[in-house]
Ligand binder design. Structure first.
Ligand code: PEP
Ligand code: MN
Length: 338
């Protein structure tokens, strides 16, 4: 960390600043310039609050050299993290995972039959929302516990691990008991109490990028979970808000190589929420794999016109299978299996 101080700062102020770093176990190297004094702070500066430093009238500028995240940083953990979700390995250089299933669980029979089709198509995990973060309070809010139990039954029948969204920390016990991969949705990416609570369990977490969040904010949210002790985090890009209205969101595929460089965590792509349009899902899925993503999470519905949520972006099972067959070819081109 580099701190630039005004040259005319009284010695007592300089001493105060130096002391505050040294008392935190950090080393301070001072360069006396013509117009400024520059402090090079060496050590674990993650604990330093740069906003507080900037409130000092003698401090002109504060620059972080290291990223503010530590646990997610590839610099401190060069190997890829591979997250085990009920026996399915996510991350690493070999496998691509495809997760499929409805936006919302709409009943036991429905979710079990979609699960069979997802599996037959080549999917390896089932998704399905039981607690739904809907924009309107009048829209279907999800089946709740009944939906989670239906997902658990689908896992029993197909052997596929299940993914579902947790919206509040008071449901953690239910999710730990029944769900293999706990999804934190875009709207909860900065629900820090939820992230802290998820840091205390040892189930894998699928952390979606927030609607309008930067990569650094997203990685800091992953840091919250990991700082609590849960290192099983998978990142998911699901499109961000831009001025473009043709698609529901704008799929930011450049995050794949960026996240791969900055972190050791696996990253998967959700082309369904990213585009909002089933016709775009296949091409974005293929592009995601070509870009180096570790997997896909795709909405699949037997009858999208009748879906209780997100029908417009859901693939019919037949189309889902066609997409996977093409994705396998791309996976092979980039040296991976699907
Ligand atoms: C979902 O996966 O159904 C969902 C609501 O996703 P997101 O949080 O990305 O909008
Ligand atoms: Mn959805």
């Amino acid at each position: 960390m580099i701190i630039t101080c005004k040259k005319d700062a009284p010695q007592s102020e300089v001493d105060k600043i130096v002391h505050s770093f040294e008392s935190q176990g950090l080393q301070v190297n001072i360069i006396h310039g013509a117009n400024y004094n520059v402090f090079g702070i060496v050590g674990d500066t993650h604990v330093v609050d740069e906003k507080r430093l900037m409130s000092n009238p003698w401090v002109e500028n504060v620059t972080r050299v290291a990223a503010p995240y530590k646990k997610v940083n590839r610099f401190f953990h060069p190997e890829d993290t591979i997250v085990d979700v009920g026996g399915i390995k996510v991350g690493g250089k070999e496998k691509i995972v495809v997760i499929g299933g409805p936006c919302s669980v709409e009943g036991l029979d429905m979710v079990c039959s979609v699960a069979e089709e997802v599996k037959a198509a080549g999917g390896c995990m089932l998704r399905g929302g039981a607690y739904k973060p809907r924009t309107s309070p009048y829209a279907f809010q999800g089946m709740g516990t009944e939906g989670i139990l239906a997902m658990a039954e689908a896992r029993k029948r197909t052997g596929m691990p299940i993914v579902s969204e947790i919206m509040s920390a008071d449901k953690i016990d239910e999710f730990v008991e029944h769900v293999d991969l706990l999804q934190v949705g875009a709207r909860n990416m900065q629900n820090f109490d939820l992230l802290k609570a998820l840091g205390k369990i040892n189930k894998p977490i699928l952390l979606k990028r927030g609607l309008s969040n930067t990569i650094e904010e997203w990685l800091m949210s992953a840091e919250y979970i990991m700082a609590g002790g849960n290192e099983n985090v998978i990142l998911c890009e699901r499109g961000i808000r831009t001025f473009e209205k043709y698609t529901r969101n704008t799929l930011d595929l450049s995050v794949v190589p960026i996240v791969k460089k900055k972190t050791h965590l696996p990253i998967i792509i959700d082309p369904s929420h990213a585009t909002g349009n089933w016709e775009l899902v296949e091409s974005m899925s293929l592009a995601a794999i070509a870009a180096g993503a570790d997997g896909l999470i795709v909405e699949v519905h037997p009858n999208p016109e009748e879906a209780w949520s997100d029908g417009a972006q859901s693939l019919k099972p037949k189309k889902f299978k066609e997409m996977i067959d093409k994705a396998r070819v791309i996976a092979n081109v980039v040296g991976r299996d699907l």
